[in-house]
Design a protein around this ligand. Structure first.
Ligand code: FAD
Length: 479
């Protein structure tokens, strides 16, 4: 480029013309350079000299941070329930357009009614109804219908002598909430599934309806497509800070006035855009504590309300896929063993998918999403082979890891506002059962925003307040 500039030094009278032609040449060179850069990064949309596209609006009523299934569910419900069209300006901000680490897309896709907390059962029942009628909610005119590839299949929970009373009690609660769940003795279990070794099983529970699995990405996309068709703004960028108004003391209690806006850093850029807003929905999944801290939650002195952190952290969970042509076959439930190991059929070609949550002291490092294959060989496989002897000959085909948005306090959702930062609303902490609860949880948060209270299902139990009062809402059926 430089040598070409030297040979084009201007002659008298032609100076203006030459500068113009130099600029045109320079532009051509830049275009070539950008093309070359893009070609050297195959598959990448990195465009270092491009202008920033998709800036968020400067003002919004509701900023939803996190474009996973929770964020888009809230966005959809805000539009579906808003009192008049375009009453609210809603923006969903997602830092990773590829969703490479999002909990939603790395999940196993299961839905079950078999929980121990009534509100969890109610939420899953509502979600099952929603998924059954999904096109009435998420269908978009002139677009193909939504297909989440739902596979109906009951969950089969096995309990040892020690866990039998707990399982039976859970089933009582489930039935009282309207879930169809049957109890099976070891003999009934053997008759129904002859391939199960019933040693060590005292009782089993089996879901008769509203259980199964589906494709998580399809659900996320369906929420997103519908919400955007209703006017929700999507922005790719990372919320890096929140602007909060100064705190004040009232009756010896610190009141934080709330969030006024947040700053969004654009992808592959140092550019950031401030967005003023009235409400921030914290749908940042495993990273929701970091976002809460940006709004001042949990950064005060320890032993004060301001010092109580959002107890949600990323916890790594593996999923393994194995091949076993002589395995249980088509009539295979989603089996959760007495040991906590679980599996289900994956497709129709003799493949199965499963995992096991590690013990607290075995929690793996969360820095990356590497899979520990020894965990399968040493922990999971022996449990599987004991329960289903034919799995002795299985062959692992693939595996991946993802993060649970794990609530260390009581393994349950956190829904609703923070008592001090009232305009940050949480929808996080689902600890491995969030995907299936997303239709109900998103609706609950939207109701709170629009009507000031939960209407369809009262999920007040899941408020942040419980971390202050110390009252756990323990879910005993965590997989
Ligand atoms: C291995 C595994 C198996 C699972 N199995 C099941 C199952 O069978 N059934 C079930 O119901 N659930 C299951 N889950 C749990 C379920 O996937 C999650 O509870 C649910 O997807 C959480 O959704 P989310 O939208 O809150 O989180 P995510 O999908 O993680 O979305 C949060 C998003 O926020 C973005 N974000 C974070 N911080 C910022 C920021 N500062 N600015 C902008 N964006 C930000 C992230 O990039 C991310 O995309 C499983 C999870 C895993 C990991």
């Amino acid at each position: 480029c430089r040598s070409r500039l030297l040979t084009r030094m201007p002659r008298r009278g032609t100076y203006r013309l030459t500068v113009l032609s130099l600029l045109t040449d320079l532009e051509k060179e830049v275009v070539k350079f950008r093309k070359k850069l893009k070609e050297s990064l195959p598959g990448s949309d990195w465009d270092p000299l491009g202008t920033t596209k998709g800036l968020p609006p400067e003002q919004a009523d509701v900023v939803i941070v996190g474009g996973g299934v929770m964020g888009w569910s809230v966005a959809y419900w805000l539009k579906a329930l808003e009192p008049r069209r375009d009453a609210l300006r809603v923006v969903v901000i997602e830092k990773d357009p590829t969703y490479s680490r999002a909990s939603t897309v790395l999940s196993a896709g299961g839905i079950r009614q078999q929980f121990s907390v009534p509100e969890n059962i109610q939420m899953s029942l509502y979600s099952a109804f929603f998924l059954r009628t999904i096109n009435e909610h998420l269908g978009v005119v002139n677009e193909p219908p939504v297909d989440i590839q739902f596979n109906p299949s009951g969950y089969l929970f096995l309990a040892s002598e020690d866990g039998a009373a707990k399982l039976e009690n859970n089933v009582r609660i489930q039935r009282a909430e309207g879930a169809e769940v049957s109890l099976l003795s070891p003999a009934q279990l053997k008759k129904k599934y002859p391939w199960i070794n019933t040693d060590g099983v005292a009782v089993a529970s089996y879901g008769l309806e509203n259980e199964g699995w589906f494709d998580p990405w399809s659900l996320l996309n369906a929420f997103r497509r519908k919400a955007m068709s209703m006017g929700v703004y999507q922005c790719f960028g990372e919320v890096i800070s929140c602007r909060i108004t100064s705190s004040s003391m009232r009756d010896l209690v610190l009141i934080q006035q709330g969030i006024r806006g947040c700053s969004v850093q654009m992808p592959n850029s140092l550019e950031y855009q401030p967005v003023e807003c009235s409400l921030v929905v914290n749908a940042a999944g495993p990273w929701s504590r970091k976002l809460a801290e940006m709004a001042g939650v949990g950064i005060g002195p320890p032993d004060t309300q301001e010092g109580i952190k959002l107890p949600v952290e990323p916890r790594k969970r593996y999923i393994f896929v194995w091949h076993c042509p002589d395995g249980p076959g088509l009539d295979c439930p989603i089996l959760v063993d007495t040991t906590g190991a679980y599996f289900r059929r994956e497709g129709l070609g003799g493949n199965y998918l499963g995992g096991l949550s590690p013990a607290e002291e075995e929690e793996p490092d969360i820095q990356d999403l590497e899979v520990d294959h020894d965990f399968f060989q040493e922990k999971i496989w022996p449990y599987l082979a004991h329960r289903v002897p034919v799995f002795e000959s299985l062959k692992v085909k693939s595996a991946w890891a993802g993060y649970y948005d794990y609530n260390t306090f009581d393994q349950n959702a956190v829904l609703g506002p923070h008592p001090l930062v009232e305009n940050m609303l949480f929808i996080t902490g689902f600890s491995g059962h969030g995907l299936q609860q997303s239709p109900a949880a998103g609706r609950a948060v939207a109701e709170l925003i629009l009507e000031g209270k939960f209407k369809t299902i009262n999920v007040e139990k899941f408020s942040f307040q419980r971390f202050i009062s110390g009252e756990q809402v323990l879910e005993r059926n965590i997989v």
